[in-house]
Ligand binder design. Structure first.
Ligand code: ATP
Ligand code: MG
Length: 432
């Protein structure tokens, strides 16, 4: 038997159809049983008339519970009263499994839903988010492949840190000191650009974020690129084009899902059309002082509050570049004209969604890298493999990392990044 998806059945619009799925809603009377059936493609109302079934069958239908799995054969026709404009009159049915009482009901709080994420995943809301998530992953692959990047993988178990010791996960690994989980692919990506030149990945990154925020996970998916012969501008251009491409694809493929999430598509569209403003760190301090009455001493990193205030001034992501060297990682290239700042940039999303991309041109001077690693108290010997990249045919290069969940949270306008990933991990949550 050939089963149609609910969407295909609605498209067919008339005649007999075989569909299968899960009971999304049910109600009944003495004569009728209404079932809203759900599958991955959508929902449809089905109706059974008592007169068409034996008593045994009718009792089975009457006892049907939410989330029971069922196959239905029936006649589809237009019906203005039903939620999607079509209805299936049931001729035959086969209950595959009658579900236990489903724990998720309307009035449940956010923590309950997170405790039951394995079931909450079936909600229309989570389904919409997961479909958009799938589009985002696909768009990242498409963008980089269209631009002749090779997909490349770095290790998750790593022997050195890259983004600062405070968010490192140290795990046991035979040897005494254990190893670190990847915070980024970067130090293991740079060696490969001397062979493949343009590479990208989508992989999990791990950060031991101790504080609870609505935009930090301890395990998140990181889309990263690294490119030989690249100027700082080349890196920023790719970041901007990638974001535009992702949003374009989501609007193209997921208009239904954006509607379920009540996301205003017009707001997203602006970021496809307009060029992202690029402003230096120094200009940001001036702007925040003039427009938001915030006084930030030069040299301090921008925190969440500052990023959010800045994002209020724009309706697209804004690219902040040339940060003070002391707040950025050891590998970022010193500015030729002003050694106090580095060619590093953060993309700050609009609507208060924070940093979505961090990127930089990489320092080419081995001595400067060694100097900065020493200042951070690192053991230079452990970085030999990385420092070798600067010894044998070094070229200007750079790259960036995009936080997939941050981008999804923004696109879907979620209250919390934890809703953008199937099973969120934070300092306080690692189950289910
Ligand atoms: P933040 O200051 O917001 O913690 P970061 O400066 O630590 O970010 P990077 O090290 O530049 O971030 O990482 C690259 C990208 O990865 C960020 O732009 C962001 O989109 C994403 N990201 C970083 N940390 C997390 C996290 N804990 N959870 C989810 N995404 C993250
Ligand atoms: Mg961080």
């Amino acid at each position: 038997m050939k089963y149609l998806s609910i969407k295909e059945a609605i498209k067919k619009g008339k005649g007999n159809v075989d569909i299968r799925g899960w009971v999304y809603r049910e109600r009944g009377s003495n004569k009728f049983k209404f079932i809203v059936l759900r599958d991955s493609s959508g929902i449809i109302q089905c109706v059974a008339k008592k007169e068409n079934f034996s008593e045994k069958q009718w009792n089975e239908l009457k006892a049907l519970t939410i989330e029971s799995s069922i196959k239905i054969t029936g006649k589809i026709k237009e019906d203005k009263r039903s939620p999607v404009g079509y209805e299936v009159e049931i001729n035959k049915f086969n209950i595959i499994q009658k579900a236990d009482a489903f724990p998720i009901a309307k009035d449940k709080g956010i923590e309950f839903l997170r405790d039951n994420r394995h079931l909450w995943l079936r909600s229309r809301r989570m389904t919409a988010i997961m479909k958009i998530r799938s589009t985002v992953f696909g768009a990242v692959h498409e963008y980089f492949r269209k631009n002749s990047f090779y997909e490349y993988q770095s290790p998750i178990f790593q022997s050195v840190q890259c983004e600062g010791g405070s968010t490192l996960f140290n795990v046991p690994y035979f040897k005494e000191k254990g190893v670190f989980l990847a915070q980024t692919w970067q130090l293991y990506a740079e060696p490969e650009i001397f062979a493949l030149e343009k590479i990208y990945t989508i992989a999990p990154s791990f950060r031991a974020e101790k504080s609870q925020t609505s935009r930090h996970l301890t395990e998140y998916w990181h889309a990263e690129m690294e490119m030989a012969w690249a100027s700082f501008d080349d890196i920023l251009n790719h970041g901007e084009e990638l974001i535009k491409y992702i949003i374009k694809k989501v609007i193209e493929k997921n208009s239904e899902e954006l509607e379920i999430l009540q996301r205003d598509i017009k707001k997203l569209n602006i970021s496809i059309k307009k060029k992202f403003p690029r402003i230096s760190y120094d200009e940001v301090l001036k702007l925040l002082k003039e427009k938001k009455n915030m006084k930030i001493p030069w040299g301090k990193d921008l925190r969440t509050v500052e990023e959010d205030k800045l994002s209020e001034l724009y309706d697209t992501p804004v690219i902040v570049y040339n940060y003070p060297k002391k707040v950025k990682a050891f590998y970022m290239k010193e500015d030729e004209k002003n050694p106090k700042v580095v060619h590093g940039a953060d993309f700050i999303a609009p609507e208060g969604y924070g940093e979505i991309i961090g990127g930089s041109e990489r320092e080419s001077d081995e001595k400067k890298i060694i100097q900065r690693l020493k200042e951070e108290g690192e053991n230079i010997k452990e970085y030999k493999f990385y420092l070798d990249t600067r010894k044998y045919g070094s070229v200007p290069h750079g790259g960036f990392g995009l936080g997939i969940e941050r981008v999804i949270a923004w696109i879907c306008k979620l209250d919390d990044i934890k809703e953008s990933i199937p099973f969120p991990r934070t300092a306080r949550r690692w189950t289910p």
